[in-house]
Every structure is written in C-alpha cells, then in structure tokens.
Design a binder for this molecule. Structure first.
Ligand code: SF4
Length: 259
C-alpha cells in the first residue's frame, strides 16, 4: 500500500510531523496569500489579482519551497493519493482517514501539524482528519485554515485533540464576525512588531499559540515579491537587526544553549 509522506519538523518547528499538500491549489479559500507553483516547471505565479480583503498582502510562506522538485513532487504525491482514496469509495472520508492512519503508523511523533502548505480542500477531507484525531487520541493535531465554512459546518464534530486556528486573509473571513466563540484562535499576518502591539496581539514564532485561547499575530517572512510592501517590511527589519525568518541553524544553536 502506498503511504502519504510526512516531514519531521523544519527550521521553525521541531519535534513534530508535518503534512503538506500543494500550496494554493489545495486552498479553496486562499485570498491575498494565494501563490501557485507550476507542478511541472516550478514556475511561481503569485500575481493572481485576487480581491484584496483589507489585510496585509503577502506571498504564501510555504509555496516557494515548491520551486524545489522534491518538495513539489512530495506535495502533489500526497494530494493524488488522497484523491484516489476519496474517489475509490462511497465512504470517501473514511477511506482517506484509513490512508492517513496507516501512513502515521510508522511515526512515533505525537504532535502533527496538518498543512504547512495546503488547506482543507473539501469538507470530506476535513472530516477525514477529524476521524483520524478521534482514532488517534494519543496524538495532538493542529492546523491553520482559511476553509472557515467547513470548520463551521463540522464544528460540533471536532475532538479535543484537533486544534484549528482561523488564518485571516482568506476569502471567507466575513464568517468570523459574531462567531468569535467558535473561531477563538485567529492568526493575523502583520508586517511589524509595532503593528502587532497596536492590535494587542502577541507574535507567535513556534505555533504555541495554536493551542491557546486568543487571537495572535505572525510576522510576515519568507521570500516575498520584490518591491512589495511585505518585502520592504522584511528589509527594514533586517537593517534594524530584527527578525527576518526562520533558520534551522539558529534553532539548533538555541536548543543547545544551557541555562
Ligand atoms: S491558504 Fe495557506 S498554504 Fe494556501 S496559499 Fe494561502 S498561505 Fe499558502
């Protein structure tokens, strides 16, 4: 049986499994962030002229990794396998859940980030992860999502070991107003630390806020379009010696510091 591919942490996040799908393609509610990397050529298309929704304009943090063929192939492989499972049975969510559980089995990590890239692309697929979380009570699962309609429809089904955070900047942000008690955790992308402070938001650097009970901010980072406001904000931070991105060597160095 072919199994899905997980990665084991990255420059920002240690000690967890990360599951990815192709950025943008598997993100039905992506808004300002929408970035597509061509499956075959690796060419980046992030000039998609999507409607702006009144929040920071930035390029998907995870998409640029797909310019590397091995990353691109792994993400498309995962999506193809899931779709095969979904269409192979009338019980599409169950078949996908079975595939995910079998694929998790060889891994010991008890923390799983669903989607550093990609999102819940159908409600059946979100239901599959809900089923996985129920059947794997000793693991903790979490995801950022812009598929707020799916979250809303399945809110009563979500078990305690699956933590969702609303990722602001999508096409469905308007669903949040009046439903803050459901969308408790909301992540806002900001250009500067001052902007986060002005909004009363703490900045998250390690996904720890994904398990909290309040909105938070993420500082724009990654490779941004030349000349964009996001790119200029990163340059200014760099000049000021501030945060510019996540680096695996810095993380290792930090982990080795003895207190
Ligand atoms: S929804 Fe997330 S993964 Fe998809 S394009 Fe936007 S930032 Fe990237």
């Amino acid at each position: 049986m072919s199994l899905l591919k997980f990665s084991h942490g990255n420059a920002k996040l240690a000690n967890r499994l990360i599951f990815n799908l192709p950025a943008g393609y598997a993100c039905p509610a992506a808004g300002v962030c929408k970035t597509l990397v061509d499956r075959h050529t690796g060419k980046v298309n992030d000039n998609l002229a999507l409607p702006h929704v009144g929040v920071a304009d930035y390029r998907c943090f995870a998409a640029m990794a797909e310019t590397r063929p091995n990353v691109r192939d792994a993400r498309w492989y995962n999506w193809d396998l899931l779709k095969d499972a979904m269409y192979a049975s009338y019980e599409g969510a169950e078949s996908m859940a079975d595939l995910i559980i079998s694929s998790l089995m060889p891994h010991k990590e008890d923390l799983v980030r669903i989607h550093e890239s990609g999102d819940f692309w159908t409600e059946l697929y979100l239901m599959a992860w809900i089923t996985v979380a129920r059947k794997e009570p000793n693991r903790t699962f979490y995801a950022y999502t812009k598929s707020l309609n799916m979250w809303l429809n399945l809110a009563s089904e979500i078990p305690n070991n699956l933590f969702l955070t609303a990722s602001i900047g999508g096409l469905l942000d308007s669903l949040i107003a009046g439903r803050e008690s459901i969308f408790i955790r909301r992540a806002y992308v900001v250009y500067t630390e001052e902007e986060a402070a002005a909004q009363g938001l703490e900045i998250d650097h390690d996904d720890s806020h994904c398990f909290g009970d309040k909105p938070f901010a993420l500082l724009v980072h990654g490779s941004q379009r030349a000349g964009s406001a996001a790119s200029k904000a990163i340059s200014l931070r760099k000049k000021a010696g501030g945060f510019t991105g996540y680096n695996i060597n810095k993380r290792k160095a930090k982990a080795n510091v003895k207190i």
